[in-house]
Design a binder for this molecule. Structure first.
Ligand code: ADP
Ligand code: MG
Length: 282
């Protein structure tokens, strides 16, 4: 059921039905999305970010494949959040390059342009609109790129309602669609926020500590959700919970002092002496 919803959801390519554009954005080159025909959705090369001389990222090089679910781990201060800030345009690096597919130079774009190009970010703390229903939250997310005027005057198009229904199915909140988001559990709010991201149709999702504060059951369902999304979307997940990382990851990147310390399968990195050393006492 969820898989079917995902397949329908993914079946609509941007070019076939650019749902979130509205007529206002037609013709914008960012709308065509990334060109990942070489199998790589994200290229970070030699990225350096300095804060008062301190290198939060130190010539970081990282590639993420299309449809990949990449886990990024590393001790506090390793540079994980700074890396996400660079990808989303919140922080400008001092040096290096960042490309979304082969044609979109992230360093040339503003934060909203990067979001529009197809990179969505979910912060650790859920930021759903508590007073609004689950459905309305998704509606607002879908409207994100429309003008206020259009939003106030538009009725949802059938295709938009269908899209929200699909997202509800994917995040397993169909039955709670008319409840206030404030009434959801912490885990469900996190899923709703993932759904709000999905409504905006990103090709690459950045997710920061998705299971912090979740119950074991919620954690398990989140693992299922992210695993199912992989393949349909590309994901970078920052997470501390190693059991969770083990349950979802194919490739794990370990950051340390702003660089890649190790990369590979979970067993490989967990048995890597360099990784054991930086995690000792953490
Ligand atoms: P992580 O998310 O892996 O814990 P961060 O990317 O948040 O690491 O931080 C990397 C390093 O950069 C840390 O030492 C942190 O103190 C420093 N840092 C991050 N943001 C800033 C900032 N705005 N000003 C100064 N130092 C910062
Ligand atoms: Mg962080």
């Amino acid at each position: 059921m969820i898989r079917a919803a995902l397949d329908r959801f993914s079946g609509r390519s941007r070019s076939a039905k650019p749902l979130r554009t509205g007529e206002l954005l037609t013709g914008n080159p960012l709308e065509t999305g990334p060109d990942a025909s070489r199998g790589v959705i994200l290229y970070l090369e030699d990225i350096t970010v300095s804060f008062d001389g301190f290198r939060a990222l130190d010539e970081l090089t990282l590639y993420v494949g299309v449809g990949e679910l990449r886990c990024v781990i590393g001790p506090n201060g390793a540079g994980k959040t700074t890396m996400m800030d660079v990808i989303t345009g919140k922080t400008r690096p001092d040096a290096g390059s960042a490309w979304f597919g082969q044609t979109i130079d992230l360093l040339a774009l503003t934060e909203p342009e990067i979001a529009q190009a197809g990179i969505g970010r979910k912060f650790q703390k859920p930021t759903v609109f508590e007073q609004h229903t689950v459905f309305e939250n998704l509606e607002l997310a879908l409207a994100g790129s429309k003008s206020v005027w259009r939003w106030l005057n538009a009725r949802l198009q059938p295709a938009e309602i269908e899209r929200i229904d699909e997202v509800l199915e994917i995040i397993q909140l169909t039955e709670r669609r008319y409840e206030r988001a404030g009434a959801l559990s912490h885990g469900q709010k996190q899923w709703l926020e993932i759904g709000m991201l999905l409504a905006q149709d990103p090709q690459l999702l950045l997710v920061d500590e998705p299971v912090a504060g979740m119950t074991p059951q919620e954690t398990e369902r989140t693992a299922e959700l992210l695993t199912m999304l992989a393949g349909h979307r590309s994901l970078i997940v920052v997470e501390h919970d190693m059991d969770f990382v083990r349950s979802i990851a194919r490739t794990v990147t370990v950051l340390h002092e702003g660089r890649v310390l190790a990369q590979g399968g979970i067993d490989e990195v967990q048995n890597d002496p360099k990784v054991i050393e930086v995690y000792l006492g953490v």
